[in-house]
Structure formats: structure tokens, C-alpha cells
Design a protein around this ligand. Structure first.
Ligand code: CUA
Length: 320
């Protein structure tokens, strides 16, 4: 990218400019009051210095109007910042319903990115412009942090627990991806790039790369581990049916009710006894799947639903 001096990184996502405006105004308010207070301190210090001839008679014993004013103005400013910040926080934390899913596994010291259409990448993630992208993150070892300055995106990546962020890139180009959490010797080398492409170029790129969609890889795993033997949907089966899994609420043996999600599926594979669906025996053995394999398996399970889970499929013109 350009090497000219930049105080702020480029604004390349739909909410980058909005976040910057909030930041500028908070800095603006802080600078304004710092100056105001500085000037007042200096003015009074000089005016009332020892030996000055300023009038010291008639000292003030309270002024209700003044006190209300200096309580009310900061209150109003704080409430505006609060409302503004909250609205933005909501926007940044709620992916649009039509967001495309991407999966990222962090490990010392690399980013393993999985496009839901199958292309696995190391330290690179290709995405189409003007398309909301939801990235689901998990770590294989320690805590990392997924940081894309140009998108104003920073999210911790935790071992054993999914986190997610979303962004809509607004400009084609290549942007830095950094790890922003100290994660060991080569933390500084844990870098990657996000390549934002025009939509037609992206479709061509997917075509050219010609890899197997994640859901197909997931189906192969489903067959390899014979998941269907117990979860095929027959009433005599040892386990609950997996199709439509993400559209229902399940009751556990201990009475807990939950809507199965990625985290629940992951736990059920790695520690099957942890939360067993009511009406079934805790007979499932644990499976040692990698984080990538779990993502692929979930991508397959999502295709088993009558309707897509959260319309996490590619828009019409991008699908193959
Ligand atoms: Cu990963 Cu720092």
C-alpha cells in the first residue's frame, strides 16, 4: 500500500468512517475541555497571584445556576456519547442476516482461513467487495486477536470458544491482518492479508481455485466417522437426528433448553457426555476432530436443514 505518512489507516469497511467520527468527537471534546480548564487555571493563577491587586472582597458562597450548568453540560455530552457509541456497538456486533460465513482458526503463529466455498488459505483471506462477511474465529492454542485496522475490526480469538465479527468491505485492495494479542515468540510475525476483490473477480477466483466446498468436505467426514449410523433420523437410533438441528430447541437430560449452535456441536463432538439431549443415553464416544474439521462438519450439517440456517450461503451470482 502507500508508504506516505498516515495518522489513521484507510477506511475500508462500512462502519470504519462511523467509528472514526465517534473517535474524533470524543478526542475533540477531551481536547476542548483540557484547553478550557488549562486556560482558566492559568488565568486565575495569574489574576490572583500573591500581591496582585485583583479584588478579593465579596467572595462567592454558591451559585445554584452555575452549579446546575456545569453538571448538566457534561451530563448531556456523556449521554450523547453513550447513545452514539451504543448504536455503533450494536451495528458492529450484529451481522446482517445475509452475511457470508468465513471461518478462521488461529494458531502459533498463523491464520488458517476457510472460505465456506471450500478454499482454505494460510495467512490470506479473499472476500468480495460490498458483501457482508461474518468471520467465526477459534484458536487451537493460546489467545490471539484478529485485527484488521482498515476495517476497524479487532476481536480476541480464544481457545475452546467461538467468537465472531462481521464487516462489509467497501474498497477492493489488500489490507493488513495482524495478531493483536501477544501470543509467544513469533507473535510479531503472525500477519496476514485480507484481499478484497470485485464481485465478478471473486467469483472467477473461486472458480479458478476449484476446491471442494466446506460442506462437501464435511459430508466426507460425516461418512468417514459414520455419524449417520446413530444420527440418521430413525426412531431406533442412539442419537438425535441432525437435519434441521439449527432450527429447533433441544431439551437436555438435566432440563436445560438450548438452541443448538456451532459451540454446542463442537462440544458434542469433543465431549459428548457434557450435554446430552433428553431421551438419549450418554453413549457417544468422543471424536478428536481438528477445529477446521468441525467447521466443515457444521457447514455440512447446515445443508441438512430445510432452510439455510442464517442465509449463510453465497449470493446467487457468486455461487458456483
Ligand atoms: Cu497470535 Cu499474537
Amino acid at each position: 500500500m502507500e508508504h506516505e505518512f498516515q495518522l489513521f489507516p484507510e477506511q475500508a469497511s462500512s462502519y470504519a468512517a462511523k467509528l472514526d467520527w465517534l473517535y474524533y468527537s470524543l478526542v475533540g471534546v477531551a481536547v476542548f475541555f483540557t484547553f478550557l480548564i488549562c486556560v482558566l487555571i492559568l488565568t486565575f493563577a495569574i489574576k490572583y497571584r500573591r500581591g496582585s491587586r485583583a479584588s478579593r472582597g465579596n467572595p462567592s458562597n454558591g451559585n445554584l445556576k452555575l452549579e446546575f450548568t456545569w453538571a448538566l453540560i457534561p451530563f448531556v455530552i456523556m449521554m450523547i456519547s453513550f447513545g452514539w457509541g451504543t448504536r455503533l456497538f450494536m451495528e458492529i456486533n450484529r451481522p446482517p442476516a445475509d452475511a457470508i460465513d468465513m471461518y478462521v482458526v488461529a494458531k502459533q503463529w498463523m491464520w488458517k482461513c476457510q472460505n465456506q466455498n471450500g478454499k482454505g488459505e494460510i495467512n490470506e483471506l479473499h472476500v468480495p467487495v460490498e458483501t457482508p462477511i461474518r468471520v467465526t474465529l477459534i484458536s487451537e492454542d493460546v489467545i490471539h486477536s484478529f485485527f484488521v485496522p482498515a476495517f476497524r475490526v479487532k476481536q480476541d480469538v480464544l481457545p475452546g470458544r467461538y467468537t465472531s465479527i462481521w464487516f462489509r468491505p467497501t474498497k477492493p485492495g489488500t489490507y493488513h491482518l495482524f495478531c493483536a494479542e501477544y501470543c509467544g515468540t513469533s507473535h510479531a510475525a503472525m500477519r496476514g492479508k485480507i484481499v478484497v476483490m470485485e464481485r465478478h473477480e471473486y467469483a472467477a477466483w473461486l472458480e479458478r481455485e476449484g476446491t471442494t466446498p466446506a460442506s462437501v468436505q464435511g459430508r466426507l467426514l460425516f461418512e468417514r466417522f459414520k455419524c449417520g449410523d446413530c444420527h440418521g433420523g430413525d426412531t431406533s437410533d442412539d442419537g438425535p437426528m441432525l437435519s434441521g438441528l439449527f432450527h429447533r430447541t433441544e431439551t437436555m437430560r438435566d432440563g436445560e433448553r438450548l438452541e443448538p449452535d456451532l459451540g454446542y456441536v463442537r462440544q458434542s463432538i469433543l465431549e459428548p457426555q457434557a450435554r446430552v439431549v433428553a431421551g438419549y443415553q450418554p453413549v457417544m464416544p468422543a471424536f478428536q476432530l481438528s477445529e477446521e474439521q468441525i467447521f466443515q462438519l457444521v457447514a455440512y450439517l447446515e445443508t441438512l436443514s430445510a432452510q439455510p440456517l442464517k442465509s449463510n450461503t453465497l449470493p446467487e451470482e457468486l455461487s458456483r
